[in-house]
Design a protein. Structure first.
Length: 815
């Protein structure tokens, strides 16, 4: 029994003819071998050249079209016709798709048009009218253009490869053939129609010849002297033309013309007088006098133009085919080869699929080529299924779980680790967080970027944290643990932070406040679950627990025990997570003590993911991830940006809820590097602390004999200048994409741009750089300001506060 994959190489016509499948290959083997024979191909190429250029060459060489000359021309044309019939028959026998193709129809027309080249089939030379000859030439070129196209395609056929598997060049050849076929049809139309436009005009329809015949008849009827003068004028009139008179009939006088009779009868034209004015034997009862013209020169020019026309057509088709092939190679072949190369290396199932498209029998080559698009469709469909599995969140709803048996539940939850989601009751539905008195005063302070944790003492930081966790818009801590337990947890977290310049407890509270502001600006209670809100705020408070003021690269280079413990993979971030959940193992400090096991797992997943993504090693990967979301849903984001109030349902469903964990990771990471987004005084205070901590690490690196980081050498780093690069290359790309997705954060980009200008001024004052260096930084600031204006333009209308800050930035140099 054959496998389903074995039919991939068959054409659709063969699938409709099952009775022929068993014998089809053997029936077609002999014709295919003949068609693929090099000698046969050369003979067909010569036959095509003879059919296209034979007649014009005989005319150009002025070979007589009587006797031996005509016999030779007829013989070669008959042989070419026979070869065309043989090729047509072999193609018909060898391939089913050919019988219904464009080429089959054009080959029939081209072969039939050969009758116009054989004199005895047309009734002899004398019976062929000039108009018929020109029409025949147009039909001949048009009908044979199909064979011209096949000849051109032979030059660009993809080389046969010995390697099995998918060949992207085969796809390119098929697409090129499809496009070029349409180009050929257009070319055929032009070839067949354009020559018809010349039929009424040049040169045999020249009315001057009829006029001269009438003048000669009038002169002949008058007297001999006038006739002689008229003949002299006739000769002089055509002296410089491509055609001229060489003899007279019915006038009883010889024409003294320098032009002799043409060698070819077709080049001779008799122009008769309209009416015989004198009665004579040579001009009466249907027999009229006339002038014989020699059209050899005109015919030769016409033959040259015919050859040029054919050559130009072939060249145009070659050039167009080459250009199409080049473009397709750049746009499709190279990317497809790269893509399928990766598939064949990394997916054995796809390798089997691609391999099945290659037939073991060389006679099925054409049918294999006809199914490459189907192969791509199948492969991409398989990729889509793989991607769907890779993106599967492994979540099953309660309704689905209720319909499972106990065994199925055990497999899903215990073995496969499926999570049960409860879409009901996970959002805060009313602003029950609003308070009065001191809580309201604290709320008003926190709902602004002017709040600075460095200005708070320990009691102030505790009041801030307690308000956020219990009394704010996102104050849901009481649903996860007792108030006293949380107080113990908070007191246990505080000493975990070391006395270092930057990664201190004030920084943890600053990040907590920043995350809280992000959640509020983005209406987090409308799309975050309570467990998301709480776990994210806990992560913000604990994201740098145990930080010694040294970076991950330093720990790795110095072979620190943390780097060894976590195999150099985000050792600090892994340690922070471990310390957080170590605290939660103690009932007295378990911040998730009231959570069910399922809810605890969900909270732990959020916290671990968010904290691990604060590692700057994941920074640009995060930018890529959020950029992809924006690119996929750009219109939805822009529509939300233009919404004056509220949240659009499609924005919430397609962007916020569909990528909830990604936004939680983003909020914590962005808050961790948010110093440049704060008012400049706050920004500068934190920047000095960061640099002090870097310099302390630089001193340790020097003492240990380790390479000193570029920002860690206190003797080389310019403090204000270092902030420019940090903002432009690290913070700005993340903020830009974040504001694209969350238009409510536009003010952050504006403040960042303002701070960038302030750092530039401080750098100029401190370092006194060259004009060229200043110009580079000014250009960065200008670009950032342009982005700000574009982001503001999405807001309809912009918020007044944002407008004021824009004016402040634009007038920075004049203040």
């Amino acid at each position: 029994m054959s496998k389903p994959g074995n039919v991939i190489g068959r054409s659709s016509q063969e699938k409709l003819l099952p009775a022929r499948q068993a014998t089809g290959i053997s029936d077609r083997r002999c014709p295919t071998n003949v068609l693929n024979n090099k000698i046969f191909k050369y003979v067909m190429a010569v036959s095509l050249i003879v059919a296209l250029f034979g007649g014009p060459l005989f005319t150009l060489l002025d070979i007589p079209d009587t006797g031996a000359g005509l016999a030779i021309l007829d013989l070669v044309m008959v042989l070419a016709t026979v070869m065309f019939l043989v090729e047509l028959t072999l193609n018909y026998m060898a391939s089913y798709w050919y019988r219904w193709s464009f080429f089959f129809a054009m080959d029939i027309l081209g072969t039939a048009s050969m009758a116009l080249e054989i004199s005895f089939l047309m009734g002899g030379v004398d019976t062929v009218h000039a108009v018929v000859l020109r029409s025949a030439r147009a039909a001949k070129l048009g009908a044979r253009a199909g064979r011209i196209f096949k000849l051109v395609m032979c030059c660009f056929r993809a080389p046969e490869g010995s390697d099995k598997g998918f060949q992207a060049k085969v796809l390119a050849q098929r697409i090129t053939t499809s496009i070029a076929t349409r180009v050929a049809m257009l070319t055929i139309f032009l070839i067949a129609i354009l020559p018809l436009l010349d039929l009424p005009v040049y040169p045999r329809a020249d009315q001057s010849m009829v006029l001269w015949a009438r003048n000669l008849e009038e002169a002949f009827a008058t007297n001999q002297t006038r006739f002689a003068a008229e003949t002299s004028s006739l000769i002089a009139f055509y002296e410089n033309n491509d055609y001229a008179p060489f003899a007279l009939e019915g006038f009883s006088f010889l024409l003294d013309s320098p032009v002799s009779a043409p060698a070819r009868i077709r080049n001779q034209l008799l122009v008769e007088v309209p009416v015989c004015l004198t009665d004579r034997p040579a001009c009466k009862e249907g027999i009229k006098a006339g002038i014989l013209f020699n059209f050899t020169g005109a015919s030769q020019i016409s033959a040259i133009m015919e050859v040029v026309l054919v050559v130009v057509i072939v060249l145009v088709m070659i050039l167009m085919t080459f250009d199409l092939g080049r473009v397709l190679n750049v746009m499709m072949v190279r990317p497809l080869e790269k893509m399928f190369s990766g598939l064949l290396k990394n997916a054995q199932s796809l390798m089997d699929l691609c391999s099945s498209a290659e037939s073991s029998d060389s006679d099925e080559d054409d049918e294999t080529r006809s199914t490459e698009l189907e192969l791509i469709e199948r492969a991409l469909d398989k990729l889509a299924r793989i991607a769907k599995q890779a993106l599967n969140k492994n979540v099953i709803s309660k309704e689905e779980m209720a319909n499972k048996s106990e065994y199925e539940k055990a497999v899903l939850v215990e073995i496969l680790g499926a999570e049960v989601s409860d879409p009901q009751g996970t959002h805060l539905t009313a602003p029950d967080w609003a308070q009065s008195g001191p809580q309201r005063d604290m709320e008003s302070k926190l709902q602004t970027w002017e709040f600075n944790t460095l200005d708070q003492d320990e009691a102030g930081l505790e009041r801030m944290a307690m308000h956020i966790f219990f009394d704010s818009e996102f104050g849901v801590a009481s649903e996860f643990c007792e108030d006293a337990i949380f107080k113990s947890f908070f007191d246990a977290v505080k000493p975990q932070y070391k006395e270092v310049p930057y990664h201190c407890f004030a920084h943890a509270c600053d990040v907590l406040h920043t995350v809280f502001r992000f959640c509020g600006l983005t209406n987090g209670r409308l799309w975050m679950r309570k467990v998301d809100q709480y776990a994210l705020l806990i992560s913000a408070l604990c994201h740098d627990m145990g930080h010694e003021g040294r970076t991950n690269p330093f720990l790795v280079e110095s072979k620190d025990t943390l780097a060894i413990t976590y195999n150099d993979k985000s050792p600090l971030e892994n340690m922070h997570c471990a310390r957080l959940f170590t605290l939660c193992t103690d009932e007295k400090t378990n911040a998730f003590g009231k959570a069910s096991p399922e809810l605890y797992k969900e909270a732990r997943k959020v916290a671990v993911a968010a904290i691990l993504h604060t590692d700057n090693a994941n920074h640009f990967e995060m930018i890529k991830d959020i950029s992809q979301v924006y690119e996929a849903h750009e219109k939805c984001c822009e529509d939300q940006a233009g919404t004056k109030a509220g949240m659009r349902s499609d924005y919430r469903d397609k962007i916020l809820e569909a990528n909830r964990l990604l936004w939680l990771e983003l909020f914590l990471h962005l808050a961790d590097v948010s110093n440049p987004l704060k008012p400049f005084d706050t920004c500068r205070a934190w920047a000095w602390r960061v640099l002090d901590e870097f310099f302390q690490q630089g001193d340790a690196e020097k003492a240990a004999g380790l390479p000193v980081g570029m920002l860690n050498d206190r003797d080389k780093v310019n403090r204000p200048g270092s902030q420019h690069g940090f903002i432009v290359f690290l913070v700005s790309p993340l903020v830009r994409q974040s504001v694209n997705l969350f238009p409510q954060m536009t003010e952050l980009h504006m403040q960042m741009t303002y701070n960038l200008g302030q750092w530039r001024d401080a750098w100029v004052k401190d370092a006194q750089p060259s004009a060229e260096d200043q110009a580079k930084k000014d250009e960065d600031i200008s670009r950032s300001n342009e982005v700000t204006q574009k982001l503001l333009a999405r807001r309809n209308p912009p918020e007044p506060a944002l407008s004021r800050k824009t004016r402040t930035f634009n007038n920075r140099d004049t203040e």
